[in-house]
Design a protein around this ligand. Structure first.
Ligand SMILES: *[C@@H]1O[C@H](CO)[C@@H](O)[C@H](O)[C@H]1NC(C)=O
Length: 300
């Protein structure tokens, strides 16, 4: 029980940093590993450690899904175990070695062949890197991660990752993964730190004209279909209504409503299990409100 308390306090301290986005000099900065997947299908992602990357044996910090949207996007944050301190440069050093056994070899070759790339987060800033490279029949894996982190005052405003050191991938090799961290003063304002990712050149978005055309045609087709159905069903009603205009008012009030005008009666009819229905609506509302609040807390 005591252990749990300590764990939660630890978690709270870590989260406080990431949520306020301010750090003291030398304070721990957490690098989260997120996903890995093929570059050409960005929807297909797996947890980073589903590839046999080495797991450093430093303290682990559990991550929980903070918002529903995070869970739906498939965010799988896991602590990298890298020791990164705010404004503390780290010389190139070993993370840990991986012994490439038969299974690991196959997994890595598959990943390199399919242009797998991985995603990480540092202080909510996304970082991407490529797993390896094919050259003819030879497979290589990038082993060195160089982080260039830009800071402005006590905030992190920029991260660059450079992959270095190509190691040939061979069965039974021992591959050592390394990293280094360089901190640089930057003039980017904290408010503008995501602008880089909104720049169209950064992602090289291609406009999918065919999809746009496709959905446009779909909309026209559906509008036509629905209006045709409506016209057909309502035409008869309209004809009768216009005939009724000839009758005097008294007769009209006494007469039953018919046709699509009956719908107005349905709107005011109570549902069969009113209490249960209201309870369910209330529960869903509470759920939405709490989700919304925690989502906002993360962004602030
Ligand atoms: C990151 O890369 C960009 C573009 O190459 C460069 O302008 C910027 O200075 C780099 N930032 C850091 C902190 O190294």
């Amino acid at each position: 029980m005591k252990f749990l308390y300590v764990f939660f306090i630890f978690l709270a301290v870590i989260n406080a940093d990431e949520h306020t986005h301010t750090y003291n000099d030398g304070e721990q900065v957490v690098l989260w590993m997120n996903t890995v997947g093929p570059y050409h299908n960005r929807q297909e992602t797996y947890a980073y450690y589903s590839l046999p990357f080495c797991v450093s044996n430093k303290v682990s910090i559990g991550h929980y899904h903070e918002t529903l949207s995070e869970a739906l996007q498939g965010v799988e944050l896991e602590f990298s175990g890298l020791d990164i301190k705010f404004k503390g440069n780290a010389l190139p050093q070993e993370i840990c070695p991986v012994t490439v056994n038969d299974q690991a070899y196959k997994a890595f070759v598959y990943a390199v062949k399919n242009h797998y790339w991985y995603q990480m987060y540092i202080d909510d800033l996304p970082i991407w890197g490529i797993v390896g490279e094919v050259d003819g029949d030879n497979y290589y894996i990038w082993t060195h991660k160089k982080f260039d982190i830009g800071y402005n005052g006590n905030r992190i405003v920029e991260v660059n990752l450079t992959a270095e050191n190509k190691e040939p991938l061979t069965p039974d090799a021992i591959i050592t993964f390394t990293y280094e961290v360089n901190w640089k003063k930057s003039n980017i304002k904290f408010e503008d730190r995501f602008d880089k990712y909104l720049d169209p050149n950064f992602f090289q978005h291609r406009i999918h004209w065919f999809s746009i055309f496709n959905s446009f045609m779909m909309v026209i087709f559906l509008v036509g279909l629905v209006s045709m159905i409506l016209m057909r069903t309502l035409r008869k009603d309209y004809a009768r209504y216009s005939k009724d205009d000839d009758l005097d008012d008294l007769e009209k009030d006494l007469g039953d409503e018919y046709g699509w005008k009956q719908v107005h009666g349905d709107v005011f009819r109570p549902v069969p299990h009113l209490a249960l229905f209201s309870a369910l609506i209330g529960a869903v509302k509470v759920f939405h409100t709490t989700q919304g609040l925690s989502g906002k807390g993360l962004k602030d």
